[in-house]
Design a protein around this ligand. Structure first.
Ligand code: FES
Length: 244
């Protein structure tokens, strides 16, 4: 796709109001266009300590044009305070513009199937909560299908998609356009900026990435798949200082 061409929309995704989108700036912050809600979402474990649900936390004000930190060094997170100018973090975008499913593996089951593109993993671990989604899709029985769909829908990055074998369509639920600051108290770190609801992400080049229902953008500065999160925040124990 070239600049100004219509961006790809992943199958199963409903695009948000086009006035809402995220602009990645060259070596700088994310600029929020439109006024989507922004709040903390805490990855909340079950009694066995596995990721199970999200708990909504503090809300933050957003205006059209709000700049959000993506280098990890702002002292006013989640907002940009200009620290990227001195931080020396390489913020070059390296993710491909090609559809995410192009690089996905497929795991077939009797009723549903799974596609998995590990490069987009945000390490939220809903896929491995005592049961593993890769096994669940291969097992017969309604409870396994339900659990696999539940796990995939909680995967914030959209790495995992469950498909209905009968219709060959992804099982996705349209979401309102929302920005979330993920916090992971079990791993004692902060995570990416999660985008729900088909929000367009525009590269600093002007080209847009494929629009997807669930996406996660790096805000620690350490991802090898920028602007998307690749789970590196857990290795570096990224801390944004927000309440979890
Ligand atoms: S926030 Fe996940 S790699 Fe940076």
């Amino acid at each position: 796709m070239t600049e100004n061409a219509k961006p790809e929309i992943q199958i199963g995704t409903v695009e948000s109001d086009p006035s809402i989108y995220i602009e990645v700036t060259r070596d700088g912050p994310y600029i929020v266009h439109g006024v989507p809600p922004l709040h903390v979402e805490v990855i909340t474990p079950n009694s066995t300590g596995h990721s199970w649900t999200y708990t909504e936390g503090q809300a933050f004000a957003v205006k059209n044009g709000t700049a959000l930190c993506r280098c990890g060094h702002s002292r006013n997170k989640p907002y940009c305070d200009g620290s990227h100018l001195k931080a020396g973090v390489n913020l070059t975008e390296t993710a491909p513009f090609t559809p995410m499913l192009d690089g996905a593996q497929e795991i077939d089951g009797p009723v549903v199937s799974l596609t998995d593109n590990e490069a987009y993993c945000a390490f939220a671990r809903f896929c491995d909560n005592g049961n593993r989604i890769w096994n669940e899709v291969q097992m017969p029985g309604e409870q396994h299908v339900k659990l696999a769909v539940y796990m995939a829908h909680h995967c914030p990055s959209g790495r995992l998609i469950v498909w209905d074998n009968a219709t060959r369509q992804p099982i996705e639920t349209p979401q309102p356009a929302t920005l979330s600051l993920l916090e992971d108290p079990v791993e004692q770190c902060s995570g990416p900026l999660a985008l729900d609801g088909g929000i367009r992400v525009q590269s600093a080049s002007g080209e847009s990435y494929e629009i997807r229902n669930r996406q996660t953008l790096c805000r620690c500065g350490a991802s090898s798949n920028k602007p998307f999160c690749d789970g590196s925040h857990a290795s570096i124990k990224f801390q944004d200082g927000l309440e979890r």
